[in-house]
Design a protein around this ligand. Sequence first.
Ligand code: ATP
Ligand code: MG
Length: 428
Amino acid sequence: MQILYAHNILFCMTFSSGSTYQQVRQALQSNSPTSLPGREEHLSRIHAFLHDHLIAGSSGTLYISGPPGTGKTACLSKIMELPEFKSGYKIVNVNCTSMKSSGSIYARIAQELALKVSKQTEKICLASIERYLASNHKMILLVLDEIDQLDSRKQSVLYTVFEWPSAPNSKLVLIGIANALDLTDRILPRLQARLDLRPELLHFAPYTKLEIVSILTERLKQSGVSAMFPSVALELLSGKIASTCGDVRRALDIGRRVIELAEVRNQTVPLQPTVDHASNTSSPRKSPRKNPDAGCVALKEVMAVLNSVYGTSQSFVTDSDESFPLQQKVLVSTLLLILKKGHNKDVTVGKLHEVYCRICKKKNILSVDQAEFISLCQLVETRGILKVQGRKETRLSRVCLQWDEEEVCAALKDKQLLASILNDTSCL
Ligand code: ATP
Ligand code: MG
């Protein structure tokens, strides 16, 4: 464990160069990942379905449903690459969002099957496809992604397509993919009435937190850049996505934005001091240590992106039982006091620390030195409540409040302390 940790730190110190960030971005971007964690069962169901029909030379229909970013297209792409199916089937794969109208699907399928048509009209193309299906031909795998786009008046196109597999001698395996769970029941009730037309169903549920963590972990591992994204950061990101939509596309997008923030931070001079929690001394640190894993993603960067996507991070605080440590409460209350009652609204870390020390003295609370205070600011920053801007000269860095007073008050859960600090302008 220790060796792994040491390795990670060494990695971040040594390799967090531009190209490493680029590698992480690519790992989180690839549309054809080598593996699809969490979808093993789905892959094997689709595989079995295609395999069985191929061996039997029989037709069939599979309808795949599931919300966005749950791996439907990715699973199909992976399966279609398998040599067994590439050689066994004539594969026609169409994303229906690219169709101008629902009827233009016939021209596209005719073209994919290399059928000669006298004219590109709907009627002629359809007749040509149906003639081909009745003739002696190789097994066809027709994948229609986003099939709900073929929705039209009276559903004539959808009915026609779903009826093909039951036509005599059609040797057609149809896979329709869309978001709606009940497209085949709702839009196509006639299919349910006929046993031979009823499609098999396969649903892709939103990803869970654990699944998102393993998808991201696996992608980073494959690219050899796991150390750049500590597991706590991955868990925070994955937990939020799982609790909102379970859409891994979104998790990947957010992951890339987080990496951008880490890269920007790494290019500027990092905020130097780190608190030595082991010692209780409050003497100023003379030669600040550089944070060893400065190049890796920091929790506060995940927070910052999640906040910008999902609004304030208030829920992160109030959802948990974790309450604010006293020092952080005083810091936030001090900031609010300066902003509300002070003359100068441009609050620097230095100014904030001065007022904070006066407040602590008055309230008989042990204050922390400036180096530790900067760390304290960073801790509060990870909660999304404030932002520290301009990192070159830490004393002069500006501290900006990100929440309004009501939100802060609710999160601190200590109205008394806040009120007593806000009512005492003598510390300003
Ligand atoms: P939509 O309904 O919007 O079309 P979808 O279910 O088809 O969504 P995909 O396009 O398959 O979603 O997946 C979205 C992105 O997430 C893709 O980049 C894909 O590679 C990636 N992805 C999805 N599932 C996994 C997984 N299990 N492992 C790794 N990457 C995945
Ligand atoms: Mg898709």
